[in-house]
Ligand binder design. Structure first.
Ligand SMILES: [Zn+2]
Length: 445
């Protein structure tokens, strides 16, 4: 029962009392005492409100002491659900947030025993007690209190979405005493339970966003300026940066009750063919290859087999007279072998991260506050990825520059090209007649 209802009933009673006290006074000239409390004297005759015949007062009324009396009547407007509702706070709520469910539902069924004139109208208040049962649809979240109390506490699930909150209310009817003679006591059991419902949204904490995780490799490449370089070509990798790319950091986005990582990684690479260092060999142009030294060069280019131990093995270096003769195409093959290895490796980083579980979603666990916000989840991803990825990239960079691995592969790739340069020198020497004057064992007869 709420205060407003009590006040309204009280005012109703006062109004009725006033009208009752304003009932006609007994007149003069009648003999004896009035036959009932609702009887009055009219022209020397006692007249009563009702004669006592059954039904003379209408359905639901009885004639008592000459008064039409209203017996066994229950208010029809105070059943469960006629007033009050459920309340949810906060609404909307964030994932894992604690929420209070409350209500102000009343059931103020009461009996209204009334006697017109003579007796005051009588209201009894055998207020029915209520039973409660809270539930949600879907069944989700976690109850922090009992669900059978008027107020309940609930922890929102780690998942966003719409949740319907329901409260089933039923009455335990109290018994009322009926003061009308011949009438038994009775109670009123409302049809129930009555279900109250409300819809609420479970949302992400600000500024978190829903999305799908992804790794974005950003590739940049440039021509090496070769300044200070003493080789015919140069490939340099780096810097490699991850996480903090153009203002981005590791970002965690919500997907299906978990966080996924949006991750940026960037690499720069510079490749240079340092033609300042060497003379590009060409038979048709005046060059440093002569009748006297051509065989040295042929031997040099035939002996860059990476399995051999002699020479620089790169096709770059003085073979005779301190002159450096090489070939742009062959040096390019060497350097772009490094380039391709790194490029393939770098673009494989997303797959490597995926295959090794680094991108596995982090489930949101309400008891673990590191997982209940995108900012802390992003830090978890960073700590999971950062060190291992750094080692993974560092190992590959070292491998590419290692004489017995990356360098070996680059030389091997360029080897046929340099063999072909040696063949060209032999052919040039033959055409110029050098081979007749100074035969070279490294050239075909
Ligand atoms: Zn190399």
């Amino acid at each position: 029962m709420n205060r407003r209802s009590i006040l309204s009933l009280f005012i109703t009673c006062v109004a009725l009392l006033s009208s009752l006290f304003a009932a006609p006074a007994y007149g003069c000239g009648c003999v004896g005492s009035p036959p009932g409390s609702c009887c009055w004297c009219a022209n020397g005759v006692w007249v009563c409100q009702c004669p006592g015949d059954p039904g003379s007062c209408g359905t639901g009324w009885e004639c008592i002491d000459g008064c039409c009396s209203w017996c066994n009547a229950w208010d029809t407007y105070t059943a469960i659900g006629s007033e009050g509702d459920i309340y949810i706070w906060p609404k909307p709520c964030r994932i894992c947030e604690w929420v209070t469910f409350d209500n102000d539902i009343t059931d103020i069924d009461h009996q209204e025993f009334g006697v017109f004139w003579g007796y005051p109208t009588y209201h009894s208040y055998p207020q029915d007690s209520l039973t409660y049962s809270w539930r949600t649809n879907p069944v989700t979240g976690r109850w922090l209190s009992q669900t059978n109390l008027a107020t309940a506490s609930w922890e929102a699930p780690p998942c966003i979405g719409t949740v319907q909150v329901y409260l089933d209310v039923d009455d335990v009817p109290a018994e009322a005493t009926n003061p009308c003679p011949g009438y038994s006591d009775e109670n009123r059991d409302d049809t129930g339970p009555v279900t109250f419902g409300d819809s609420m949204q479970v949302v992400l904490p600000s500024p978190c966003q829903a999305g799908e995780g992804h790794v974005y490799p950003h590739w940049s490449e440039s021509i090496h300026d070769c300044v200070g370089v003493t080789n015919c070509g140069i490939t340099s990798v780096g810097p490699v940066r991850w996480g903090d790319y153009e203002g981005h950091t590791y970002e965690a986005v919500y997907n299906n009750c978990a966080w996924e990582v949006v991750f940026h990684i960037s690499s720069s690479i510079r490749v240079g063919i340092c033609t300042d260092i060497f003379q590009d060999w060409d038979c048709s142009s005046p060059g440093v290859v002569t009748k006297d030294n051509y065989c040295d060069f042929v031997n040099f280019f035939r002996n860059i087999d990476p399995c051999s131990t002699g020479g620089t093995g790169t096709g770059c270096g003085p073979a005779a007279g301190g002159q450096v003769v090489s070939d742009v195409a062959c040096v390019t093959i060497h350097e772009y072998t490094h380039y391709s290895e790194w490029r393939d490796f770098f673009y494989g980083v997303p797959d490597w991260l995926e295959a090794n579980g680094y991108l596995d979603p982090i489930p949101i666990v309400c008891d673990d506050t590191d997982t209940t916000h995108c900012s802390t989840a992003a830090l978890l991803f960073a700590s999971r990825i950062e060190d291992d990825l750094g080692a993974y990239l560092g190992n590959k960079i070292a491998d590419i520059g290692n004489d017995t691995s990356g360098e070996y592969r680059a030389r091997l790739a360029a080897e046929p090209c340099f063999e072909s340069v040696a063949d060209d020198i032999c052919l040039c020497a033959k055409n110029k007649g050098w081979s007749n004057e100074k035969p070279c064992n490294a050239c075909p007869p």
